[in-house]
Write a protein that binds this ligand. Structure first.
Ligand code: UT7
Length: 330
């Protein structure tokens, strides 16, 4: 029997229109363009307008991806939405997306909260459903409206993140030697507290006090996350390459989570894949968490950087901490 492989047949993205530059941030907190560029590589990020919800951005990204794939919302068998900034704690943001794009009722739609690794986790889940024959066409979304959970009085976090959405449209295909070759997922829950929103969940329900104490915003021990990011992203990249009997030189293109240019430079060295093989857009969008890989891929595809037959490596790490990699033949 011919093996079914999962292929990305469409990509889509949506970034908010509002641009927040480093100069704008200099007016809000004690920071400088020089510090932000030197320490992170970020120059500006997008901020969604009031009234826009996470699902609005996600729906637009999926529709753009479906358009590229030549599919309609009705063709989707599943919508998986990676986000840690849902429209609301209940219900799933994916349910709003399903309704907004007009997909059908037998298209189960659910969220996954794997933070910055959300798109790789989503890809992996979709791949299992597709190869197992339970779904043919699946939309995997990475979307974040982080500006709603950022403390614009905290220079440690507010300069880093931005809003955006990206989507992969996936399809089962029997074409030989194309599609997802493997995915690799990891979590170290002992480090769960180094990147979190402390309040608003069952451990610390929202109250006047939590709002006064600014506990409904993102809190991060940046240096710790940085340390693990370099090590674990490199390990995940190596795991994907080794599992498929390739070597680093075989990789044509890397789509990495865009958190910090210094992290990407260090990972590039550790895995011996030059930075010019990485798709980079961190400078313009900052860290969009789960959206960052699908936005970068969509930009790369539309700019003609990705060619049929390319060996593509994806790597991401974020809150959880959760991280992972995927290797695919385009
Ligand atoms: O997407 C999830 C994954 N997230 C990440 O991968 C983020 C990982 N972490 C990082 O990218 C970096 O750790 C940061 C960019 C967050 C911070 O860079 P760093 O080089 O690790 O700086 P640091 O936290 O060690 O801080 C160095 C100094 C501190 O001052 P002192 O204590 O040395 O006087 C900070 O208070 O820089 C200060 N600082 C700032 N200064 C100006 C921190 N944020 C700022 C700022 N502007 N925005």
């Amino acid at each position: 029997m011919t093996e079914i492989r999962t292929r990305i047949v469409g990509t889509g993205s949506y970034v908010a229109e509002g641009v927040l530059t480093n100069a704008d941030l200099e007016k809000l907190v004690d920071t400088s363009d020089e510090w932000i560029v030197e320490r992170t590589g970020i120059r500006e990020r997008r901020i969604a307008k009031d009234g826009i919800a996470t699902s609005d951005m996600a729906a637009q990204a999926v529709l753009n991806g479906l358009d590229m794939a030549g599919l309609k919302p009705d063709d989707l068998d599943m919508i998986i939405c990676g986000t840690v900034t849902p429209d609301r704690p209940l219900p799933a943001t994916a349910a709003y997306v399903q309704h907004k794009i007009g997909a059908k009722n037998n298209c189960p739609s659910f969220d996954i909260a794997a933070a910055c690794a959300g798109s790789i986790y989503g890809l992996s889940i979709a791949d299992s459903f597709i190869r197992g024959g339970q779904a043919k066409n699946v939309a995997v979304i990475g979307v974040e409206l982080l500006s709603r959970v950022l403390d614009f009085e905290d220079r440690n976090t507010c300069v880093l993140f931005g809003d955006g959405a990206g989507a992969f449209i996936l399809r089962g295909d029997t074409a030989e030697n194309r599609g997802i070759l493997s995915t690799h997922k990891f979590t170290d829950g002992s480090l769960a507290n180094i990147l979190k929103i402390p309040a608003g969940g069952s451990a610390m329900p929202a109250s006047k006090q939590t709002v006064t104490d600014r506990l409904h915003y993102v809190h991060m021990e940046g240096r710790e996350v940085y340390r693990y990011a370099v090590r674990y992203l490199a390990d995940a990249a190596k795991a994907a390459i080794a599992a498929n009997d390739f070597s680093a030189e075989d990789v044509d293109i890397v789509v990495a989570h865009q958190a910090n240019m210094r992290i990407l430079e260090a990972v590039s060295k550790r895995v011996s894949i030059p930075l010019d093989k990485f798709i980079l857009n961190l400078e313009r969008f900052g860290n969009t968490s789960s959206a960052s890989i699908p936005i970068a891929l969509d930009e790369g595809v539309r700019a003609g950087r990705v060619n049929e037959g390319d060996l593509m490596l994806m790597i991401a790490l974020g809150g959880g901490i959760s991280w992972g990699s995927a290797l695919l033949r385009w």
